[in-house]
Ligand binder design. Structure first.
Ligand SMILES: [Zn+2]
Length: 272
């Protein structure tokens, strides 16, 4: 597992992690060394699986030793060096992501709850507003993100970075942290792996001077509808939806014909 994937796993747990559990793990050591984890004192309890009925037990200090009581085995000592508890340092992660992406309009505190604004990125075609939420696995996650983004200025292209899950949300693209960036284990800096513009499905700017063809605009539009779970099943119905979305998004562009739209929908669905 990469160091970045290990960080995703730790963030997704949503609480303190113990050095004991990750004791021999290289990724954990790298994260600690580069400040992606911060110490929060010592663990309050441990999980005992040395006996027949595994249980958790509070850590106590007795006879000048740390340990815990097991109903079967009595007092068991613990190595104090491995009792440290750690939390992911989310503000530091947000800051380093903003640096790596070259963001403007950064924010150093969360917008609301656990939703953060990383900042805005200029791509070759338009700007993308980038956010972070630890997990996108449940309806509650989706609601929390929607609530937080409701407090933000509306932007056309928005991308939510997360450590786990990819719940589709209308008008929002999502990406896992370890698909977007990678921690350089030598320096601790983040390197960007993917283009935020491409991740949102935004149409690519026409670099060759050739006027934009319908396909250049239709393909990402259709694909983003599929990815967001917005696409409807029937080709004709979906063609009407795509046509409406196209007119809204590209008001100055000639409207593609219905056969053209349908051809691109079939193509995006894996037909010919
Ligand atoms: Zn026990």
């Amino acid at each position: 597992m990469s160091t970045t994937s290990r960080l995703c796993e730790i963030i997704a747990q949503g609480g303190k992690v113990s050095a004991d559990f990750y004791g021999g793990d290289d990724g954990f050591a790298e994260l600690l060394r580069h400040g992606y984890l911060r110490s929060t004192g010592v663990l309050a309890s441990v999980f005992c699986d040395d006996c027949d009925a595994p249980h958790s037990a509070p850590i106590v200090y007795q006879g000048q030793q740390y340990g815990y009581f097991c109903p079967d085995l009595g007092f068991l000592t613990l190595d104090p060096a491995r009792l440290g508890a750690f939390l992911p340092d989310i503000p530091k992660l947000i800051d380093r992501l903003a640096d790596a992406l070259g963001c403007r309009q950064r924010k150093t505190s969360s917008i609301c709850g656990e939703t953060w604004r990383i900042g805005v990125v200029q791509t070759d075609a338009a700007t993308v507003m980038i956010y972070f939420h630890p997990t996108l696995s449940t309806e509650n996650d989706a609601r929390a993100v929607q609530d937080a983004l409701g407090r933000e200025a509306r932007s056309d292209w928005r991308l939510v970075v997360t450590a786990q899950g990819a719940l589709p949300m209308a008008g929002l693209a999502t990406v896992r942290l370890d698909d977007l960036a990678e921690i350089d284990t030598a320096t601790g800096a983040l390197h960007v792996l993917a283009d935020p513009g491409v991740l949102t499905g935004m149409p690519r700017k026409n670099l060759g001077g050739r006027p934009a063809e319908h396909g250049d605009l239709l393909k990402p539009l259709i694909e983003s509808r599929i990815r967001d779970g917005a696409a409807v099943e029937g080709i004709n119905a979906e063609a009407r939806e795509v046509r409406t979305a196209f007119i809204t998004k590209f008001p100055d562009h000639p409207i593609p014909s219905d056969p053209t739209i349908k051809r691109h929908i079939k193509k995006a669905r894996g037909g010919s």
